[in-house]
Design a binder for this molecule. Structure first.
Ligand code: NCD
Length: 307
């Protein structure tokens, strides 16, 4: 693997090798402390971020590399003066050995790769994909269930612009016997492209009309916020989507609740103490998975023996 710009660009074997590295990183953090010392990695963020940017920058530093960063590139970098993404990549790759990009356009990562001479990681491309979030989501599923084959998962909320859902579904489709229940906000249904994608991969996709259509013993619920910044009319009602102590009680002891975060109102804080609610731990899995990805791309792109 030389770049990571879409969740479609990885095989099951590559994903499992990456998770073995992530497992090793979790067990032996100290071993990786200087793995990438002397390298510089750039984070170029054109859209807001807390978890993704900070967990990437933490991962970079935990691998011993240095980071250079533009946190609000749309306003504070040359994009504001009219520079194209391609030109920015051409410049920044002269200052760094890898570029991690979050951008508001769906095709941004593909465009960056076309001119790139260093590995590129897509940290979120508009309403399209967010493949590294998908990596940590599946890693979390694997952690709580012990395996991913045979998983049932209900995806709720904004399935249209929720890019984390898109990437997570592409990755989970690498596994066998997966069933996905969709419970979208009205008007924010899963795009046909993803329904066709799942069908082609033999993943069952069942759309639920009401909340109670989601089976009580589903393995995971993946809640999402409405991506109001991508909507012309952001005034969308989500009352029937809100998860709280009362309505979550109908699920089994082994139904875990995931959310890519940030949450707004769609998960009531009264659920946070429930041991089935694992979204904070899910976010923390961003560290071993992103460290494993950066490490693997360096090894493959530069053909260097890191250990
Ligand atoms: C998500 C994103 O940016 O797509 N956040 C994240 O990276 N964990 C989800 C969101 O913003 O709703």
């Amino acid at each position: 693997m030389k770049h990571f710009i879409t969740a479609e660009g990885i095989t099951r074997g590559e994903l499992e090798r990456l998770y073995s590295v992530a497992d090793d990183i979790k067990r032996n953090k100290a071993k990786y402390r200087t793995a990438l010392s002397g390298y510089i990695i750039a984070t170029l963020f054109y859209e807001p971020s807390t978890r993704t940017r900070l967990s990437f920058e933490s991962s970079i530093q935990r691998l011993g590399a240095n980071v250079i960063s533009t946190e609000n590139a749309r306003e504070n970098a040359s994009a504001k003066k009219g520079e194209s993404l391609e030109d920015t990549v051409r410049i920044v790759q002269g200052y760094s050995d890898m570029i991690i990009i979050r951008h508001f356009e769906v095709d941004s990562a593909e465009r960056a790769v076309k001119v790139a001479k260093v590995p590129i990681i897509n940290a979120g491309s508009g309403g399209g994909e967010h493949p590294t979030q998908g990596l940590l989501d599946i890693y979390t599923i694997r952690e709580y269930r012990g395996k991913v084959d045979g998983t049932s998962i209900a995806v709720m909320g904004d399935l249209k612009y929720g890019r984390t859902v898109h990437s997570m579904l592409k990755l989970i489709s690498l596994y066998d016997g997966v069933t996905v229940y969709g419970f979208p906000v009205k008007g924010l249904e899963l795009p046909e492209f993803y329904k066709d994608f799942l069908a082609a991969k033999k993943v069952k996709y069942i759309e639920c009309k009401t909340f109670t259509d989601i089976p009580k013993d589903v393995n995971f619920i993946y809640q999402t916020r409405v991506q109001t910044e991508r909507l012309e009319d952001p005034d969308i009602k989500i009352e029937e989507m809100i998860l709280n102590k009362a309505n979550f009680a109908r699920f089994s002891d082994n139904t875990y609740l995931l959310h890519p975060l940030p949450r707004v109102d769609e998960i009531s804080p009264d659920l946070d103490d429930d041991k089935r609610c694992v979204y904070f731990n899910q976010a923390h899995n961003g560290i071993p998975t992103r460290m494993a990805l950066i490490y693997t791309l360096f090894r493959d792109f530069y053909n260097i023996d890191l250990k």
